[in-house]
Design a protein around this ligand. Sequence first.
Ligand SMILES: NC(=O)c1ccc[n+]([C@@H]2O[C@H](COP(=O)([O-])OP(=O)(O)OC[C@H]3O[C@@H](n4cnc5c(N)ncnc54)[C@H](O)[C@@H]3O)[C@@H](O)[C@H]2O)c1
Ligand SMILES: O=P(O)(O)OC[C@@H](O)[C@@H](O)[C@H](O)[C@H](O)CO
Length: 394
Amino acid sequence: MAVMGKKAVHFGAGNIGRGFVACFLHNSGYEVVFADVNGDLIDKINATPSYRVIEVGSEGTSENTITNYRAINSRTHEEDLVEEIRTADVVTCSVGPNILKFIAPVIAKGIDRRADENPLHVIACENAIGATDTLAGFIKDARNTDPERLESHHMRARYANSAIDRIVPAQDPNAGLDVTLEKFFEWVVDKTPFEDVGIPSIEGINWVDNLAPFIERKLYTVNTGHATAAYHGYNRRKRTVFDALQDKQIMAEVRGALTETKNLLVAKHNIDEEAQLAYMNKIIKRIGNPHLEDAVERVGRAPLRKLSRKERFVGPAAEAAENNMPIKYLLDAIEMTFRFQDVEGDDESKELSTIMSENTPEDVVAKVCGIQTTEKIYPQLVDIVKRVQADSEE
Ligand SMILES: NC(=O)c1ccc[n+]([C@@H]2O[C@H](COP(=O)([O-])OP(=O)(O)OC[C@H]3O[C@@H](n4cnc5c(N)ncnc54)[C@H](O)[C@@H]3O)[C@@H](O)[C@H]2O)c1
Ligand SMILES: O=P(O)(O)OC[C@@H](O)[C@@H](O)[C@H](O)[C@H](O)CO
């Protein structure tokens, strides 16, 4: 049921922001106020009264028209944004996990101005475990919220973690605001923080009591498989994930990595093995969607984030290793990620290259992967880094 007169502020008017989150908020009757730092994008949004969300797949193409939105530059119009947050019902974001700290101060100011009886619902829509908790941590930090106001903060804001899944590739620069994406979507949100104040009425959200199995299953299947295809593909000069999956060896690497994460997910979350196998096969089909021009560079973007401790490779591989489960294919994918260096337009891939050239293998593993010397996976990661460093010196 649509809710009229409601307002959502969404940080990050990029692919998933315009194509998924804003689309669902719009369809649920919300006015959407985008907050972004890209001045050209802000101007385009404010000059364009509607845009299309175009779903493509083997079943054909369908379209949704999005209206009733505005955009504010959060860098130049902070006070306007604070006022929007003061009067909003929902704040969502899809800016990337490393940007959460930068959007926290303005959200904190808006929350602080709210009346106590009307808490803002905050849901971060990033590919990261506990992204809303991370954002809440920055908002509640003493630099952003007066410690004396913390005790009553829950009366002005509530925070729920989420898992969001829909493949939205980089868009054709000539497409304007239109977004082409896959038909499939899944948006799962923890309902427990909202239970006493009412969950926001957003069509399409699956509200759950325990998000952990959903987010781990998503990150360690969709994103592990996607990234495995992308990094192997990049190193074999494939253009898109679809192209990469046409290569039998890369497909075997993807299946291998997803079988290893399946074993872990099944054991850890009591997920039915057959159900996980079906989910895995569906994901392989989704990431191989021939209608999505999903470049390996987009899917491999930010390799330092993707090599970090709780992320799609090191997260499951470290845990599987501790439980003596096989991790051969995950290690192959990690090696390919370490080889994703100096990629045009990707700052982290350049930083990775500098880190690799200036540090010992042991220091790289500690700094990049956050793995301790006592963990079972440690020596295997050190060997990978040694190999990649040796190849770079040749
Ligand atoms: N694209 C997908 O398929 C997909 C699917 C699920 C989840 N996600 C997640 O969504 C997030 C965004 O991904 P995307 O593909 O939409 O990226 P994107 O680059 O298309 O969009 C990010 C947007 O955030 C804006 N931004 C950057 N810094 C900002 C700031 N300080 N304040 C406000 N806006 C800022 C950028 O200008 C850009 O418009 C990531 O965490 C990603 O993992 C993406
Ligand atoms: O967004 P990232 O950089 O964490 O990962 C790249 C892709 O795997 C990702 O954007 C997927 O398309 C998305 O997670 C599908 O739901």
